[in-house]
Design a protein around this ligand. Structure first.
Ligand SMILES: Nc1ncnc2c1ncn2[C@@H]1O[C@H](COP(=O)(O)OP(=O)(O)OP(=O)(O)O)[C@@H](O)[C@H]1O
Length: 459
């Protein structure tokens, strides 16, 4: 498991374009970056490198960002998370030059940002990186639509065109009809939508969002998070999002960097951070996370055990259920495509009546999900169905099951997720003695079944 700056290779749970194509130039590449506020910042960096701590150097300056290294891939939502004062804002402002970098390198699509002059930085912010601020940073005397069009105006877009584009974005964020109002006439949530519309209208490759939703009340905040994910999927922007809210980080982030006292202590997917924290600090940090909204069926699924191929016949199905002590099993094609389930009672009856085609007693699979479904969506299904939830891939192949016990274990503390959990199958509704007797007293339906049945029954 990675605690590093590398991509983890986890499939993007929201189904957007894969972000881990290592051959691509990263959208942002940060290497050994430091930011020290104070009179002799370079001296402080030198001493930090020599092993002195941030605290020991406090009188000489504040080391806000210490030796940060990470890459952000194009199309990725990269979240920087940490407590107040951990250096998040300083770091994001270094990316677009609002804070200069004391030492190290910051590249945006391969171009070094450290050392750029004021005019070049202005161009970078205008053309490549928009920023959404916590407190909106709208121009109070300009109308809403002029605020949204502001970035385009700076880019030299013609008035009619920028108005049209601004209008489009106001519609997207649900603010049609508010174009001619002043920001002060809008609620906080609406002002933040204006800020987001402005950032998207500027159509830059990268969006920097510094606690962009923190001033919003919880319901609107949730709505904005969902809208951001939706927009990102559609537009494939690269987004660096700062938050101190764990659930927000877990919901939004393809990957998350956790900062503590100026240092990045772990970079990983939400699942990495949750299930394999790099140290006690991260573990404590994530203990309150709503796991059900982070972990997916693919994260917690077990190999399916009660499975028979449809061609195998009822006797094999019955024997499988008897041996696994379960009342039902999944039926698949030879290529593992899920066909449905069979129940012990039905198959027992079929065998007694001399039936040979398992498909005659096939029932639809009660609960089927894709691996990227978050487990909060699985609880209702798990309660309604005695069978484990079936997990199928995009070719409808059965790739795993999520039994109820696994779901519950996934919600509890960290070790439960990574240790072996017994798969509890739905309890049989007929006894194994009945099955054994039925198998012994009925005829084998085919030579293939006879071989499969083994010597005990074949003789
Ligand atoms: N302009 C500045 N001059 C001096 N010190 C600063 C400056 N800006 C930030 N700092 C210090 O740098 C450290 C990191 O601050 P920063 O604002 O980056 O943290 P943060 O994680 O974004 O916190 P918050 O969530 O409270 O904004 C803090 O100790 C802060 O006091």
């Amino acid at each position: 498991m990675t605690h590093t700056t590398e991509q983890s290779g986890k499939p993007d749970s929201r189904g957007s374009a894969p972000v881990d194509t290592p051959t691509d130039t990263p959208a942002i590449s940060v290497a050994g970056a430091y930011k020290v506020f104070g009179r002799r910042p370079r001296e402080v960096v030198k001493r930090l490198r020599n092993g002195l701590s941030r605290e020991q150097l406090r009188s000489q300056g504040t080391a806000a960002v210490i030796d940060a290294s990470f890459d952000v891939q194009p199309g990725e939502i990269f979240v920087v998370m940490g407590l107040s004062g951990s250096g998040k804002s300083t770091l994001i402002r270094m990316l677009n030059g609002l804070n200069d970098t004391t030492d190290g390198s910051i590249k945006v699509f391969g171009t070094e940002v450290v050392g750029l002059g004021t005019a070049e930085l202005r161009d970078l912010r205008r053309d490549r990186m928009s920023m959404v601020f916590q407190h909106f940073a709208l121009l109070p005397h300009r109308t809403v639509i002029d605020n949204v069009a502001y970035g385009l105006e700076l880019q030299g877009v013609a008035p009619a065109d920028r108005r049209e584009r601004a209008q489009h974005w106001l519609e997207r964020v649900g603010l049609s009809g508010w174009e001619e109002r002043l920001p002060g006439e809008l609620s906080g949530g609406m002002q933040q939508r204006v800020g987001i519309a402005r950032a998207f209208a500027a159509d830059t490759d990268v969006l920097l969002m510094d606690e962009a939703f923190s001033a919003l009340d919880p319901l609107i905040r949730r709505e904005m998070q969902e809208q951001l994910v939706e927009l990102q999927q559609e537009l494939k922007k690269t987004i660096v999002f700062i938050t101190h809210d764990l659930n927000e980080a877990m919901f939004l982030g393809d990957r998350i960097a956790v900062m503590r006292d100026g240092r990045i202590v772990q970079v990983g997917t939400p699942n990495d951070i949750l299930t394999d924290p790099a140290n006690d600090y991260v573990a404590q940090f994530v203990q309150d996370v709503d796991r059900a909204r982070v972990l997916t069926a693919g994260d917690v699924m077990e190999p399916p055990r009660a499975v028979v191929p449809g061609s195998a016949g009822p006797r094999t199905a019955l024997r499988t259920m008897r041996d696994l002590q379960t009342s039902a099993c999944f039926v698949t094609t030879g290529a593992r495509t899920l066909l449905g389930v069979v129940r012990d009672k039905d198959v027992l009856r079929q065998v007694r009546e001399g039936g040979t085609d398992l498909k005659d007693v096939l029932r639809p699979t009660p609960s089927v999900v894709r691996p990227d479904q978050v487990i909060s969506d699985l609880f209702e299904m798990a309660v309604e169905s005695p069978l484990p939830v079936a997990v199928i891939d995009d070719q409808d192949r059965l790739i795993g099951v999520v039994p109820r016990v696994t779901l519950l274990a996934a919600l509890t503390d960290l070790p439960a997720i990574t240790t072996e959990i017994p798969v509890i199958e739905p309890l049989p509704t007929v006894t194994s003695a009945m099955i054994t007797e039925t198998l012994a007293t009925t005829h084998l339906e085919s030579a293939a079944e006879a071989v499969a049945a083994g010597s005990e029954e074949a003789l």
